[in-house]
Design a protein around this ligand. Structure first.
Ligand code: GDP
Ligand code: MG
Length: 461
């Protein structure tokens, strides 16, 4: 646990979920309108003290905001939402006043005097989650929508916010439940011995679950790339133009480029955006035989960076040569690789993208810039950018982790069932798989997980 998280957790323990909370809902600073939001059991009494009248729920009412001495602090609109028909599920009040730091602060201070306390990070959304107004993927999508760096990511976040991602997860959880019930029924009636291997119904259900996993994993992987960006590691032999390519993509001279082999020895990282989507580029030392201890350390770091890659760009300056097959053993097996043929200005390589069964190749010249736009388009598409709206959802690393654990339980259970006819083990593994899926939507949670998620929200959300 980090200090920050520990502090938040302790603070949360001292505070109660029954407190009435208040926070500025709009960004701090000056603006035409500023909104103060309150949620909790004392909202209607605070509203009455502040406004001197009862509010009809869900009706924007023009009002004067006055302090205990009847002095007017501001005037604006007040909207009251009676729980449970509100964002948090509790009574909620929004005060729309003039968006300056002083009037907003006066309003908040007065709400504190009337018995509210300042809201913690993400506390409104956390209450919405705890009161079953939204599930955890929707709560996270609120934060992802606010932080989205591209239109594509924003659209995907809105879809998750509407429950689309949770819907995929719940469908899969449902398939798993019915498979588990089927297997448990078979265990309960041992006299009707079932040969699980030969049972068409079982194989059909197993296939459906496996397909469900594959589809959701693909959607979540893409969604996570949209949110967090892709880690792209550039590797290849010395002097093929790796650092030149990094500089081209970054748009400035980030890395030293010389005609001398072994110039880059350390790892270099640059964050760029393609169509608004974040791309983290990592340049590495050239991989080759060397006895220079600095180069050997550089290559060790390059290999370590490779393990964290979402995608690898393998750079070569010899079109049609087979040096990729020699290098292939250096590359992690489960991370996709694209070959970039650089220096096409002098080696006769063709510019642009060619997609073949043997793998994808992009021809560029880091010197003249030829083929660079094609490479950028290609990388954008890898990250899921498409001009057409393709129904993407937003997802996080923790969703991928939970999905992977669920998949392992399913696979282990399936093996136990098919290899040993062990229905009990299968049923138990399916239960564990469901728990993992439940972590994604928040049906199964711990305080630590909730603390981790909501402490990254900003105050007022
Ligand atoms: N003609 C040509 N030379 C290039 C190109 N890209 C890089 N170079 C040259 O190749 C040499 C090595 O480049 P560098 O980026 O340091 O390669 P690295 O060792 O793979 O990082 C330098 O002299 C570059 O100017 C290119 O597209 N065309
Ligand atoms: Mg270099």
């Amino acid at each position: 646990m980090t200090w920050n998280l520990l502090a938040t957790t302790i603070m949360r323990m001292q505070q109660s979920d029954n407190d009435t909370i208040v926070a500025l809902a709009t960004p701090p600073g000056r603006g035409g309108i500023g909104i103060v939001r309150l949620s909790g059991p004392n909202v209607s009494s605070i509203a009455f003290s502040l406004l001197g009248k009862r509010l009809e729920p869900r009706v924007a009412t023009s009002a004067q905001f006055t302090d205990a001495n009847g002095v007017m602090m501001d005037s604006g609109l007040a909207i009251y939402f009676a729980g449970p028909a509100s964002f948090t599920g509790e009574d909620v009040l929004e005060l729309h006043g003039h968006g300056g730091p002083v009037p907003m602060d006066m309003l908040i201070q007065h709400c504190l005097l009337l018995g509210a306390r300042l809201a913690g990070a993400g506390e409104f959304t956390q209450r919405a989650f705890l009161n079953d107004k939204i599930d955890l993927t929707q709560a996270e999508a609120i934060s992802d929508l606010i932080d989205s760096a591209s239109q594509q990511a924003a659209r995907a976040a809105v879809r998750s916010l509407c429950g689309e991602f949770a819907h995929y997860i719940n469908d899969l959880a449902h398939e798993i439940t019915s498979l588990r019930m089927f297997v448990e029924a078979a265990i309960d009636f041992p006299e009707e011995e079932i040969d699980f291997l030969a049972d068409q119904e079982v194989t059909a259900r197993l296939d459906r679950v496996a397909r469900g996993f594959t589809q959701i994993e693909a959607a979540a992987t893409q969604g996570q790339l949209l949110r967090d960006g892709m880690i792209l590691v550039i590797v290849g032999r010395p002097n093929v133009g790796k650092s030149s390519l990094l500089n081209r993509l970054a748009g400035y001279d980030a890395a030293i480029v010389t005609a001398q082999a072994g110039t880059t020895r350390d790892i270099l990282r640059e964050d760029i955006h393609i169509d608004g989507m974040p791309l983290h580029i990592v340049d590495t030392a050239g991989l080759h035989e060397s006895s220079d201890p600095v180069e050997i350390e550089g290559m060790r770091r390059a290999r370590r960076a490779l393990k964290q890659a979402d995608h690898v760009l393998y750079i070569s300056d010899r079109p049609g040569s087979d040096d990729f097959s020699q290098m292939a053993k250096e590359l992690p097996r489960d991370i996709p690789v694209t070959t970039v043929i650089n220096k096409i200005d002098i080696n006769g390589g063709t510019p642009g993208v060619s997609l073949t069964d043997a793998g994808n190749t992009v021809g560029v010249s880091a010197l003249t810039g030829e083929g660079l736009d094609d490479l950028r388009d290609y990388l954008g598409r890898l990250m899921g950018y498409s001009a057409a709206d393709s129904g993407q959802v937003i997802a996080r690393r923790r969703h991928l982790d939970a999905l992977a654990r669920a998949r392992v339980h399913f696979t282990d259970g399936k093996r136990a069932l098919l290899d040993q006819g062990a229905g009990e083990i299968m049923a138990e593994e399916l239960r564990l798989a469901q728990n993992c899926l439940g972590e994604i939507t928040g049906q199964v949670t711990s305080d630590e997980l909730l603390g981790q998620i909501f402490s990254n929200f900003c105050i007022g959300k």
